[in-house]
Design a protein around this ligand. Structure first.
Ligand code: GLC
Ligand code: CA
Length: 538
């Protein structure tokens, strides 16, 4: 292997797998996933052999103590584990067991807000004279009214909540139970930096940073302009409550802290529909290592749309910055369902997987996508997500993407011996890990092949990206090249057979395909792609 390959950091070469701890594996029959459950499934993720999925890192959604108003995104103690998930000792063991298998561990860092049960907030709200008053965002309001029109998206109400004790408003733009901290306060900053150090000292490999573009707010408390938007849904342009320029200074400070440890990484959620804004959080390679690119979460099934998003992202990133792609996460409907089309749903999932895993950039997988887990319809009485409860039936909420992992066909899908906190998708008896692991033609086997092929193919890990077609309609065709070696990727986005003529596409042999045998020679001067064919040529 070339020296660059050794020089490239793990998070550029690796595939990162998001685990929603509540839903991955329950070890003590309370119907809720936990850390010991995750430990017991590490071999599934990567046991060093091609029998396992082969991911390189896991990102755990929050497992800190929390009243669970937003299922852990409301933290009441930053330096412990919630008893529902286990103990700090369990976490140590998870870290050790993951590292033993070469799997990195990334924690969720939720530092824009705490729980209203966090001791800091309890102290802050107790009196205007409290030492910690200024650790949160308080405002006296205007004649008993909130100071501006900022909006709490999960509550469909003003984001300013009047507190009885002091008759002032605190700011919380998710649920009212998630008061936002004041990053302009030096002591708060110091306390949060101690939190960041705590887990780094323990050996975690980095952080997924929650809601980065929320960190700082306008000091003049100006109103946002109203603006209705459907995908993702929103009512305002967030000029003053998010995306403040000062946030970049804070990101640089956090980056410096991370860089004082070796090989740690930051990936941040910049929730917006503007890739330009997200790209800004890479700074000059001195802010986040990766700023999530959420473009694929909102793309219709169209080669053209995907192509535009890829080119846009490649062009936006500052030199030296590394792309990333995501098809699904815990906040959006699963892509298997977004792109479902009867019997073509699974062929489409293969095309999507091949795209995600062959583009230039770090792929993020969401647990269960490797077996084609679908979004579950959640009845109103089954709703758990606070946002879903509030916005039902306007929006279904996020529970449908958080159902338990489908391990096998036993009652509760091998997830638990008890009734799970959210119902399993009813398709679990026919769609599960055990069934697919033993079937060479399954979606899981396809993911597995892609992941292991990636590992041993420098062009796929680090190669440059070049598109063969400038305005593709039905298919994507691109090349990844590294040190004189190239892999060509062809993806048919339609159910039609396509005759392809791309003069620059070199003739080659099949590395991996949904329709052809490995090693088969392909004459690219006269070729056809079958319906939803994935073809990798070298
Ligand atoms: C992020 C998380 C989401 C959470 C919100 C508030 O968007 O991904 O799950 O509800 O932040 O913390
Ligand atoms: Ca449990």
């Amino acid at each position: 292997m070339s020296s660059d390959l050794h020089a490239a950091p793990w998070w550029q070469q690796g595939v990162i797998y998001q685990i929603y701890p509540r839903s991955f594996q329950d070890s003590n029959a309370d119907g809720i996933g936990d850390l010991r459950g995750i430990i017991s499934r590490l071999d599934y993720l990567n046991d060093g052999t091609e029998k396992s999925l082969g991911v390189d890192a896991i990102w755990l959604s929050p497992c800190y103590p929390s009243p669970m108003s937003d299922f852990g995104y409301d933290i009441s103690d930053y330096t412990d584990i919630d008893p529902l998930f286990g103990t700090l000792q369990d976490f140590h063991e998870l870290l050790q067991e993951a590292h033993r298998r070469g799997i990195k561990v990334i924690m969720d860092l939720v530092i824009n807000h705490t729980s209203d049960q966090h001791p800091w907030f309890i102290e802050s709200r107790a009196s205007k004279a409290s030492d910690k008053r200024d650790w949160y965002i308080w405002h006296a309001g205007n004649k008993g009214k909130p100071p501006n029109n900022w909006f709490a998206g999960f509550e469909l109400k003003s984001a300013w909540w009047r507190d009885e004790t002091t008759q002032e408003f605190y700011l919380a733009t998710f649920t009212r139970h998630q008061p936002e901290v004041n990053w302009r306060n030096a002591q708060l900053k110091e306390a949060m930096f101690a939190v960041i150090r705590f887990w780094l000292e323990m050996g975690v490999d980095g952080y997924r940073m929650d809601t980065v573009n929320w960190y700082l707010k306008d000091e003049l408390w100006r109103n946002n302009p109203w603006h209705l938007q459907l995908n993702p849904p929103d009512l305002q342009r967030h000029i003053y409550d998010r995306n403040r320029p000062e946030t970049h200074g804070l990101c640089r400070d956090i980056r410096r802290l991370l860089d004082s440890y070796s090989e740690r990484m930051l990936v941040g959620e910049i929730f917006c529909d503007d890739a330009r804004l997200a790209a800004e959080y890479y700074g000059k390679s001195d802010e986040l290592h990766l700023a999530f690119n959420f473009a694929f979460l909102f793309q219709p099934w169209s080669a053209k749309h995907f192509h535009h998003k890829i080119v846009e992202w490649e062009n936006l990133l500052p030199t030296g910055c590394w792309p990333n792609y995501t098809l699904s996460n815990h906040d959006q409907p699963r892509h298997y369902t977004r792109y479902a089309q009867g019997t073509w749903s699974e062929p489409r999932a293969r095309v999507a997987a091949a795209l995600l895993l062959t583009l230039r950039g770090t792929p993020f997988l969401y647990y269960g996508e490797e077996i084609g887990m679908a979004n579950r319809h959640i009845a109103r009485r089954e709703l758990q997500d606070p946002m879903g409860k509030k916005l039902w039936p306007l929006l279904p909420g996020r529970d449908g993407a958080r159902t338990p992992m489908q391990w096998d066909s036993s009652p509760h899908g091998g997830f638990s011996f008890a009734k799970p906190w959210l119902p399993l998708n009813p398709d679990y008896p026919v769609k599960n890990v055990v069934g697919q692991a033993g079937d060479a033609q399954s979606l899981f086997s396809f993911y597995r092949r892609l992941l292991w092929l990636r590992k041993k193919t420098p062009a796929l890990l680090l190669g440059e990206y070049r598109s063969f077609a400038t305005t593709p309609h039905d298919f994507l065709a691109y090349q990844r090249s590294y040190n004189g070696e190239s892999v060509s990727v062809l993806l048919n986005f339609t159910r039609r057979r396509l005759r392809i003529h791309l003069p620059q596409l070199p003739t080659g042999r099949v590395l991996l395909s949904t329709h052809r045998g490995e090693g088969e020679k392909v004459d690219t001067a006269h070729m056809e792609l079958q319906a939803y064919e994935v073809l990798l040529l070298a």
